[in-house]
Design a protein around this ligand. Structure first.
Ligand SMILES: NC(=O)c1ccc[n+]([C@@H]2O[C@H](COP(=O)([O-])OP(=O)(O)OC[C@H]3O[C@@H](n4cnc5c(N)ncnc54)[C@H](O)[C@@H]3O)[C@@H](O)[C@H]2O)c1
Length: 401
C-alpha cells in the first residue's frame, strides 16, 4: 500500500486527502496541532458521507477510504510516506522551513511537492539538499472535485520524475498538465487577462458591469468576469494579481487596476461581504457600482477590428460596440499569453488549452480561440492596441510570425 503524507489540512489539504484516500492510498495527515487535524478529519468524514448519500461513492468504499486516513502528530512520521503533498498557508518562509525538514525526514527517492498557487517552487526548494525531487502539484479548489492538476517542473527535475508524478495524478482520477515553474503557472497566469482587461475597461468607463458580463456570457463563458470576481473574492483575486505582477518585475500587461484596490479598501469584496460589483441583499444580484459610461473614445479602426473578432465568436445576442471591443481585447490577451507561454517553453499547446478549459471552464482553450479567429487578425488588433495604449499589448513573436 502506498502512503501520501499531507502537510496542512485546511481547504486544499482536506480535498487532496479525499482524492488520495478514495483511490486506495493511505493518507497521513499533519498540521500545526492535533485539534486542527481532528477537525479536518471530521470535515473529510462528513464529505465522504455526503458523497455516498448522493450515490457518488458506495457506502462501504467511503468507509474503507476513511479508514485509510491516519492523523499524525509528528512530521517525522512522514518517513513512511512514498509521496508528500504540502498544502500549508501561502507563506514562503513557512514552506521553505517545512521542505528543509521534509528533505531530511523522507528518503531521497520520495517526491516532495507543493500545492502553492503563487510561490516559486524553486524558492520553496531553496534550502533542500535534494532539489531534484521537488515539484509542484497545483490542485484546484475544491480539490476532490476539480479534475485539473498542474504538475510543475523546476530546472532541477528530471523528465522521468515528471512522468511519475503525472502517473500518480492520473491514478487518483485527475488530469495532469505539465508546466514549468512560472508565476501563476498556466491557469492563473493566463486567466489574469480575463479579469484585468474588463477591470481596465470598466475603470476607463467604457462599459457597465452588466454590459461587460453579458458580453462574455453571450460568447459562451459560464460567468462574466465581475460575477466571477464577486464569487472568488475581489480581495483574493487582487492578491494573486499583485503577486504575479511583482514576480514579473512589473510587466505592464499584468499591472493590477487601481479600481480593484479601492474596492478592497472599501470592503466591497464580493459575495462574502454582500457587496462587490453586484449587491446580494435582494432576491437577485443587482449592480452595486454607479458607473456612468462615457461617450465612446474607441477609434473607428479598433472598433472595426473588434467587430470582426467578435463576429467570429458566434455570440448569441446583439452586442454593442463597447461589448465587442471588450471581448476582442480580453480574448486577444488570453491568446497572446498562451503564445507567450509556448514561446517561453512553459507548456505546450494542448496542455495550455486543456488546463484553461478544466481550470476555468472557458468554452474553448485560448489556442482554439486563436484558430477560430485567426492569429493574424489577433496580432493586427494587438499591434493597433499597442500603438494606442502601450507595451502591455505587445504581441508574442509566435503570434506575429
Ligand atoms: N484555497 C484555494 O482556492 C487554493 C487553490 C489552489 C492552491 N491553493 C494553495 O494551497 C495551499 C493551502 O491553501 P488553503 O486554502 O488550503 O489554506 P488554509 O488556510 O485553508 O489551510 C492551511 C493549513 O496549513 C496549516 N499550517 C500552517 N502552517 C503550518 C505548518 N508550519 N505546519 C503544518 N501545517 C501548517 C494551517 O493550520 C491550515 O490548517 C496554499 O499554498 C494555497 O496557495 C489554494
Amino acid at each position: 500500500m502506498r502512503a501520501v503524507g499531507i502537510v496542512g489540512t485546511g481547504t486544499m489539504g482536506a480535498g487532496i486527502a479525499i482524492s488520495f484516500a478514495r483511490s486506495g492510498w493511505d493518507v497521513l495527515l499533519y498540521d500545526l496541532s492535533k485539534e486542527i487535524v481532528a477537525h479536518s478529519l471530521e470535515l473529510i468524514v462528513k464529505e465522504f458521507h455526503r458523497e455516498s448519500e448522493k450515490g457518488r461513492i458506495k457506502a462501504e468504499d467511503a468507509q474503507a477510504a476513511i479508514a485509510r486516513i491516519h492523523p499524525r502528530t509528528e512530521l517525522s512520521d512522514f518517513s513512511e510516506a512514498h509521496l508528500v503533498v504540502e498544502a500549508v498557508t501561502e507563506d514562503l518562509a513557512i514552506k521553505k522551513e517545512l521542505f528543509a525538514k521534509l528533505d531530511r525526514i523522507c528518503s531521497s527517492e520520495v517526491p516532495l511537492t507543493s500545492c502553492t498557487s503563487s510561490l516559486s517552487i524553486g524558492a520553496i526548494a531553496n534550502g533542500c539538499a535534494g532539489r531534484d525531487r521537488i515539484a509542484g502539484l497545483h490542485f484546484f479548489n475544491p480539490a476532490h472535485k476539480m479534475k485539473l492538476v498542474e504538475v510543475v517542473k523546476t530546472d532541477f527535475l528530471a523528465g522521468e520524475a515528471m512522468q511519475e508524478l503525472s502517473q500518480i495524478v492520473r491514478q487518483i482520477g485527475k488530469t495532469p498538465i505539465l508546466t514549468r515553474d512560472t508565476p501563476g503557472f498556466v491557469v492563473n497566469r493566463c486567466a489574469r487577462h480575463f479579469y484585468l482587461e474588463p477591470l481596465r475597461f470598466l475603470s476607463e468607463r467604457l462599459g457597465s458591469v452588466e454590459e461587460i458580463d453579458f458580453a462574455f456570457e453571450s460568447a459562451g463563458f459560464p460567468m462574466g468576469p465581475f460575477r466571477l470576481l464577486d464569487l472568488v473574492g475581489v480581495d483574493v483575486n487582487l492578491l494573486v494579481s499583485k503577486s504575479i505582477y511583482e514576480q514579473f518585475f512589473h510587466e505592464p500587461r499584468f499591472r493590477p487596476v487601481i479600481m480593484q484596490q479601492k474596492m478592497v479598501e472599501s470592503g466591497l469584496l464580493g459575495r462574502k461581504t454582500g457587496k462587490g460589483f453586484y449587491s446580494y441583499d435582494g432576491k437577485s444580484p443587482r449592480a452595486a457600482l454607479r458607473i456612468e459610461r462615457r461617450e465612446s473614445v474607441i477609434s473607428e479602426s479598433l472598433s472595426e477590428m473588434a467587430h470582426k473578432i467578435a463576429a467570429k465568436l458566434e455570440t448569441g445576442g446583439q452586442l454593442n460596440v463597447p461589448q465587442q471591443v471588450i471581448l476582442a481585447r480580453t480574448i486577444s490577451m488570453l491568446i497572446n499569453e498562451a503564445h507567450l507561454m509556448m514561446e517561453e517553453g512553459i507548456a505546450d499547446r494542448d496542455s495550455i488549452d486543456l488546463a484553461m478549459k478544466l481550470g476555468t471552464n472557458f468554452p474553448k482553450g485560448p489556442l482554439e480561440f486563436s484558430d477560430s479567429i485567426g492569429k493574424y487578425m489577433i496580432a493586427e488588433f494587438l499591434q493597433a492596441m499597442r500603438r494606442t495604449y502601450g507595451d502591455a499589448y505587445r504581441p508574442s513573436l509566435l503570434l506575429s510570425q
